[in-house]
Each structure stands twice: as C-alpha cells, then as structure tokens.
Write a protein that binds this ligand. Structure first.
Ligand code: TMP
Length: 213
C-alpha cells in the first residue's frame, strides 16, 4: 500500500484558505484520489473540544505557553487518530492549517519562538511535516474586506488580535517560504475564488505528476 500524501494549507486570516482547501479536495476526488479533508485546531472530537477552549477561552484567557501547549495537544490527537491512519490507508489528507500556523502565530507573532514550537511538535506529533504546504497570500485591503464580511463584530480570541500581531503572522509565513522553498508552494490569493483555484492547480501540477508516478 502506497502511503497517501499530506497537504496543508496555511496563511494569515481571511486569505481564502478554507475555500481553496475544499476546492482542491473536490479536484483530487475527481481524479479518483481518496481524500480526507480536515482542519486545525480540530479534526477529531478531542481536538475540536480544544479548539473551542482556544478560540473562546474561559476566564481571563490562556498565557502564551498554555496556548501553544493546547495547540500542540490538539495536533497530537489529530495526527495520531486521524492523519496518520488515513495516510497509512493510502488516502490523501488535506488539512486547513498545521504546524506552520503554530510557528507563525505562537512562535513568531507570539512570544514562544520557533525552537519551542518545534520541540512541542516533536514531543506531540513526532515532528510530522506535510509533504507539501500551500501558503495563500493576498492583498491586505482585500483581506480586510473579506474578514469584515466573514466575522462582522464576532472575531474569536486569536482572529481578534490587533493588526500588528496579524502583520507579524503574515510576515512569518513569507519568511518560512523563503527559508524552505522545497517544502512550500506560495499561491497568490488575489482575484476570484475560481481564479485562485486555477492558479493553485497549475502550481500544483508538478507535485501531482510526481505523486502519480
Ligand atoms: P481558522 O480560523 O483558520 O480555523 O483557525 C483558527 C484560529 O487559530 C486562527 O486565528 C489561527 C489560529 N491558530 C493558531 O494560532 N495556531 C495554530 O497552530 C493553528 C492551527 C491555528
């Protein structure tokens, strides 16, 4: 049995990741590939419960260390119970956010730093990395418009952080792509949903051809 491929979608808020992840799953299924669509934080009952704790924290909220540990705990459950079993069955996994979100949000924009986030991932998930990570980036005015339309006044504990925090998140993703170009595919998220999907499929063609060999 050939192990399935693991693709993650990453980027800051309002980049259209979730829509593009869903469209990619549909496109892969049309090619006859079995795909599991999932998300982080979440994807299993335990990790979805942790998601709720993270996005709507009780009391005065989590400190940076507790927040990073909760993301790592949710990821550990997700990796062990859903992602690895699916890959071992030969299915592909398309995940809306993964480790690089923790590196960007908790490590770079937060106070934890990259080494600590990676150490938590080594402990929780044996350092598992996606075969390919697609980073969607988009024009900031368009992103603000999408976010207003999506969230109204109801942002969660992390989405509702100030613009400096989110600018650091976006800058961190750019740094990751520059540092490890072989691990990432950066796709411009400007334009209509269909335009971005077409751009993404074109950029993904070499990866799909290689996987089909
Ligand atoms: P979502 O809105 O893309 O579903 O993600 C929920 C929020 O959680 C979003 O603001 C990004 C944030 N997040 C982190 O801060 N660290 C992480 O490791 C992950 C997966 C998400």
């Amino acid at each position: 049995m050939t192990r399935g491929k693991f693709i993650a979608f990453e980027g800051g808020e309002g980049m259209g990741k979730s829509t593009q992840a869903r469209l990619l799953c549909d496109a892969l299924k049309r090619r006859g590939i079995e795909v599991v669509a999932t998300r982080e934080p979440g994807g299993t009952p335990g990790a979805e419960a942790i998601r709720d704790l993270l996005l709507h924290p009780p009391g005065e909220g989590w400190g940076p260390q507790a927040e990073a540990l909760l993301f790592a705990a949710a990821r550990a459950d997700h990796v062990q119970r859903l992602i690895l079993p699916a890959l071992e069955r030969g299915e592909w996994v398309v995940c809306d956010r993964f480790l690089d979100s923790s590196r960007a949000y908790q490590g770079a924009a937060g106070t934890l730093g990259d080494d600590a986030v990676r150490r938590l991932h080594d402990v929780g998930s044996a350092g598992l990395l996606p075969d390919l990570t697609i980073v969607i980036g988009a024009d900031s005015a368009e992103v603000s418009r999408r976010l207003r339309a999506r969230d109204g006044e109801m942002s969660d504990a992390i989405g509702g952080r100030d613009s400096h925090y989110h600018a650091s998140v976006n800058a961190a993703f750019d740094t990751f792509v520059e540092a490890e170009p072989q691990r990432f595919l950066r796709v411009n998220g400007d334009g209509t949903v269909e335009e971005v999907h077409a751009r993404l499929l074109e950029a993904l063609a070499p990866f799909l051809a290689e996987a089909a060999r």
